[in-house]
Design a protein around this ligand. Sequence first.
Ligand SMILES: [Mn+2]
Length: 439
Amino acid sequence: MVIAPELYAQRRERFLAKLGGAAAVIPAASLVSHHADVEYPFRQASDFWYLTGFDEPEAVALFLPHRPETPFVLFVEPKEPSAEVWAGRRWGCEGAVAQFGASVAHPREELAKRLPEYLKGAEGIAFRVGRHQAVEPLVLKAWADQLDRAPRSGQAALGLVAPCGLLHELRLRKSLEELDRLREAARISALAHEVARDVVRPGLNERQVQGVIDQVFLENGARGPAYGSIVAGGDNACVLHYTSNTATLLDGDLLLIDAGCSLSDYYNGDITRTFPINGRFSGEQRALYELVLAAQEAAVAAVRPGATAEAIHDIAVRTLVAGLLDLGLLSGSIDAVVEQGAYRHLYMHRTGHWLGLDVHDVGAYRLGEHPVVLEPGMVLTVEPGLYVSDRLPVPEGQPAIEERWKGIGIRIEDDVAVTMLGHEVLSAAALKAPAAMER
Ligand SMILES: [Mn+2]
């Protein structure tokens, strides 16, 4: 079940209440040029989507707590058969009101003319500067005109505020309906990992595996991949954002797959698994795999209300460092290595991020000095890894890396929801036990 219209209405009510006396201007995404006159498939802006569920480009939503008779105004591309025959059906102004709950809707081209009137009487204007090239000049002009007239009109918005804080605080805490959607995204994403692992053989190309993953996503009703799938054999796994996916899979190497789907309403999965291409871990591969898994499981186990993303990262790092000391890939004491960051040539990223309508979802990780404390309804990834290659220099005082370890890149990533009692691993259907990775 996709998110129901009432839920979007609830979100708007909460957002309007948080705005106080400020009027918010939230633009939809625009189509983005790919090449010549071809555009990328449309992807709605997540903030706009969260508040409207309206999936067309170039629209603009106004939220007007100072105008209780029309608190939610949509500007949309109007019905126009000659355009719709090329680019598909539009809801138009009538649809925006009837289907999407707008108090009133206007053609998008009337925004410049109508915006000043709608903003009149607002105590402030909530608009994200720097992101919306077409809308920003209109907002600034409406505000400037208000200020020019203020001596006679007696009123003008006092300031421009960023809506992000208010909105992203809402988006950070997922409702039960949103958790259902994230569960579904994780289910399909996990299925793709299971199917992909089953087809992998030495001699296949990374791209063929990517094709299998995309097929599972599409067949199960997802829009497609949530981000560029990473299908990285052997040393390619040590390139964190490897997405060219063009190499042949070699007997004896590991394969790292970081892939997740995006649903019709944009909720995302984000899962990483790593396994031996020929079905058997080497001794070195198994040692590092078991270590990353131990770090990942310890970090997942720490997810509960009251914990922080920072503490979860620390648990993963300390587990990895302890194991790397045992294996001779690091030397010194756990505390000294962690304090100096002397492990960062082997583990150079954070252990997770928020997950939701954006894969790297919105929401602060810190508030001033303090790390954000986990609450039920927050969803994060837990994804430690190890990447053994020559790309980064070995820190002074740390051992040179023996050849037998090189070219091993491992990451294990799950999607984890914070619950009242602890956590729920949404992506648990993607197996990760060492025995399940072999055949
Ligand atoms: Mn991730």
